[in-house]
Design a protein around this ligand. Structure first.
Ligand code: NAD
Ligand code: IPM
Ligand code: MN
Length: 375
């Protein structure tokens, strides 16, 4: 059996890490008797600088014929920060209504962590469940030299939202404004997923990040939706926390946390924090799931500071590839990849730079590939 997979390597370290991830995924596929037909998409900063196009409409139809997408990272210092990320990465999440963003942060052997609050012999196993289509990510932003008169029309899987924002300021001044939007259906569907996952893990509790003290209109509403869903899960204790306190408590008592449900913006921040606690962004994979399509990508970005140096850790992309294989129903192959990553790290030789070694991404990918092929 062959699967059609799209790959968008993107910018910076994106191509470096996806190349290694694909190598490892293909080795696992051939060991478990299936194939991956890869359609590589050229979009990203280079394509944009050459053509002025971030993501053409044709890309969406091309992607519809694939089972899933593996993305490296987008973002390039030659391009102003924002439009590329919004029109490419966020557009993919929104157009395919990939409302579930799963960001697991698990301990790995031999990886030094910046905290001493994980007891010897215990492993961290955090899962950030991030709402992926709403909140301050709606793209409803305006900036002007004086009064703001902005019109908007956005489409999500669940609804279309249109309107206008008019702000007058006196004395006149340059200013910017962005709207955060959270809807009942949009927040309840992600809350349901988070509760179901906490239940499946047998955790007995679920943390939810909020900020209803400062933004009661938005996050008080979020809390109310989460509470409504909580009523269907009486066996799960809901632990609501303001996100500032959550960020404070997480490094102090990381073992107290399992599934952490977050609105979009806080989920972005909390997942980088969780990555730090396990020893590196280069170890943190993610899945963006919709109903019929899914996109897999490392939590990290294009890391322009190390692009082209060989220092990128390809494990986050490789583990994202494993999540992709799970989505395809090839769980054995996915487990083989994660198991091989653990075995490789536990040997403590030829480790990636990020975790104190000196092996370039390519070497790490080759070692994993060889290990999988040798089994
Ligand atoms: P970043 O995640 O790219 O990098 C943060 C830090 O972590 C850097 O010091 C980097 O060197 C390090 N790092 C990240 N991944 C690593 C890896 N695999 N191995 C070793 N070290 C790694 O965040 P940033 O610097 O804020 O963003 C750079 C660009 O990437 C921006 O344009 C941003 O918008 C974009 N970005 C894209 C995505 C994505 O495409 N999914 C995610 C985050 C940021
Ligand atoms: C991530 C990234 C993106 C986000 C950016 C690049 C828009 O930081 O995937 O974590 O904020 O979601
Ligand atoms: Mn991020």
């Amino acid at each position: 059996m062959d699967y059609d997979i799209a790959v968008l390597p993107g910018d910076g370290i994106g191509p470096e890490v996806t190349e290694q991830a694909l190598k490892v995924m293909k080795a696992a596929a051939s060991r478990f008797g299936f194939g991956l037909r890869i359609n590589a998409l050229p979009y990203g900063a280079n394509h944009y600088l050459k053509t002025g196009v971030t993501l053409p409409e044709s890309a969406f139809s091309e992607l519809r014929s694939a089972k899933a997408l593996l993305l490296g990272a987008v973002g390039d210092p030659r391009v102003p920060m924002g439009p590329l990320e919004q029109e490419l990465l966020l557009a993919l999440r929104f157009r395919f209504d990939l409302y579930v963003n799963l960001r697991p942060a698990k301990s790995f052997p031999n990886v030094r962590v910046p905290i001493n609050t994980i007891p010897e012999g215990r492993a961290l196993d955090i899962l950030v469940v991030r709402e992926n289509t709403e909140d301050f990510y709606m793209g409803l932003g305006f900036r002007d030299r004086g009064d703001i008169k902005g019109k908007f029309q956005v489409k999500r899987g669940l609804y279309e939202l249109g309107g206008a924002l008019g702000l007058t300021i006196s004395p006149t001044s340059d200013m910017a404004a962005a709207l955060g939007v959270i809807t009942g259906p949009g927040s309840r569907r992600i809350a349901q997923r988070a509760f179901a996952m906490a239940q499946a893990r047998g955790d007995g509790h679920l943390h939810v990040a909020s900020k209803a003290n400062a933004l009661p209109q938005l996050y008080g509403f979020w809390d109310a939706q989460v509470n409504e869903v909580a009523a269907d899960y009486p066996d799960i204790t809901l632990k609501r926390m303001n996100v500032d306190n959550l960020c404070y408590q997480l490094p102090r008592a990381p073992m107290d946390f399992g599934v952490i449900l977050c609105p979009n913006l806080f989920g972005d921040i909390v997942s980088d924090l969780a990555s730090s606690l396990i020893g590196g962004l280069g170890l943190s994979p993610s899945a963006n799931l919709g109903e019929g399509f899914a996109m897999f990508e490392p939590v990290h970005g294009s890391a322009p500071d190390i692009a082209g140096t060989g220092k990128a850790n390809p494990l986050a992309a490789t583990l994202s590839g494993a999540l992709l294989l799970t989505w395809l129903g090839q769980s054995e192959a996915a487990r083989a990849i994660e198991g091989t990553v653990r075995e490789y790290l536990s040997k403590g030789a030829n480790l990636p730079f990020e975790v104190g070694g000196d092996a370039p991404a390519e070497k790490v990918g080759q070692i994993l590939t060889d290990m999988i092929q040798a089994k």
